[in-house]
Design a protein around this ligand. Structure first.
Ligand code: DP6
Length: 363
């Protein structure tokens, strides 16, 4: 598939009005996307576990305008209230996808959205938010073009989500999604995420991710700025090559269920992501003292318990604690006894690997 395949070839008869809705989860990357080229093309491939509990619900009501507009027109409600600060993001998103979704100028939209995770928890909502909105837009396109296949629907929804936020293209399906061209992964693409196409060992079924909310404040440096700092970064080329290698290594780990190797790759990826931030110019640090306390506690507990608990980080101070289903009692006790004290207001979210977005019944 190329970009051109997502430009509608036929002219559709527009419906007068309607309403669609999706619930879409967040995801946690194991091999990280950090650095991008023009048009949201990733500098390296990445792979993630789709989450379950952390999700965004979005409905999109549409009403045909008397005549096609020249600007986008929409109302946006976040958790039931108008949220003007989100409007520029939506404008930018609509602008990026207009070539692929020309009907965006034919309708007035009402976007209503809410998150399952606590307000300002420091959890990025762009992956779940942008994927939910992209799916809603595709649902309208499907109403206009009922012949559309399910494969096209999901690929184009992921393609559109990517143009909203890169990691969002990995949130539509479960349970493991890969995004970005990778020589050893058949069907992989820079344009959209694909379901991981190879064998996955039982041990990864129902994998847990307990998210420790270390710092709920606004990040000092946004992901967009961070990605940009990978241009002219002294270690960029080595980092991008490493991501390709780690993906290849993960292929045999997913097959064999070798958790020792899994841990090495996942923790190294998390620390490399933050090392890239610390070695950018300007440099920055998103981890907090409690992030490091938690990491050290996890290492000590893993050593003495013989469990396979490990951590990963996204672009912030929060820690994602990953562990298999058959170790959940021991690890959960450890989290409650030793890690929760490092969380802001003792807050954490128990999540696990999930199966992707769901259509909402809104009519
Ligand atoms: C560290 O997807 O938020 O979470 O494409 O600019 O919206 P934009 O960036 P975004 O970056 C996510 C970076 C990451 C790693 C990852 O999820 O792979």
């Amino acid at each position: 598939m190329t970009e051109k395949d997502f430009v509608p070839s036929a002219h559709y008869d527009l419906k007068e009005e309607g309403k669609v809705g999706f619930k879409s989860p967040s995801n946690i990357a194991l091999v990280k996307y950090w650095g991008k080229k023009k048009n949201q093309i990733p500098a390296n491939p990445s792979i993630s576990f789709t989450l379950d509990a952390c999700a965004t619900k979005t409905t999109l009501a549409f009403k045909k305008l008397k005549s096609r507009g020249t600007n986008f027109t929409f109302d946006l409600l976040f958790e039931g209230k108008p949220k003007p600060s989100f409007a520029p993001k939506i404008e930018t998103f609509f602008g990026r996808i207009l070539t692929y979704v020309p009907f965006l100028l034919d309708y007035h939209f009402v976007i209503e959205t809410s998150n399952s995770f606590p307000h300002s928890s420091g959890i990025a909502s762009s992956a779940s938010g942008m994927s939910a909105l992209a799916l809603c837009i595709m649902e309208i396109e499907k109403e206009l073009n009922p012949e559309m296949t399910d494969v096209y629907f999901i690929q184009k929804a992921s393609f559109l989500a990517r143009l909203g936020s890169g990691s969002a293209c990995r949130s539509l399906q479960g349970a493991i999604i890969q995004w970005g061209a990778h020589a050893a992964t058949e069907g992989s693409s820079n344009l959209y995420g694909i379901k991981y196409p190879y064998a996955v060992h039982e041990i990864f079924k129902n994998y847990h991710d307990t998210i420790l909310l270390v710092d709920k404040g606004e990040k000092q440096v946004s992901s967009t700025v961070g990605h940009d700092l990978m241009h002219n970064h002294p270690f960029a080329d080595q980092r991008f090559a490493q991501a390709h290698k780690n993906l290849t290594k993960l292929k045999s780990v997913f097959k064999s269920g070798n958790l020792e190797e899994f841990i090495k790759i996942v923790e190294s990826e998390a620390l490399t992501l933050h090392a890239m931030m610390m070695t950018s110019y300007p440099y920055f640090i998103l981890m907090k003292p409690n992030t490091l306390e938690i990491i050290n506690k996890i290492w000590a507990f893993r050593e003495r318990s013989g469990t396979h608990v490990c951590f990963t980080l996204d672009a912030g101070a929060n820690v994602h604690v990953l562990y298999p289903e058959n170790e959940k009692e021991a690890v959960y006790q450890f989290i409650k006894n030793e890690l929760v004290v490092y969380c802001q207001n003792q807050q954490y979210i128990c999540d696990r690997i999930g199966f992707g977005a769901k259509r909402l019944n809104v009519s």
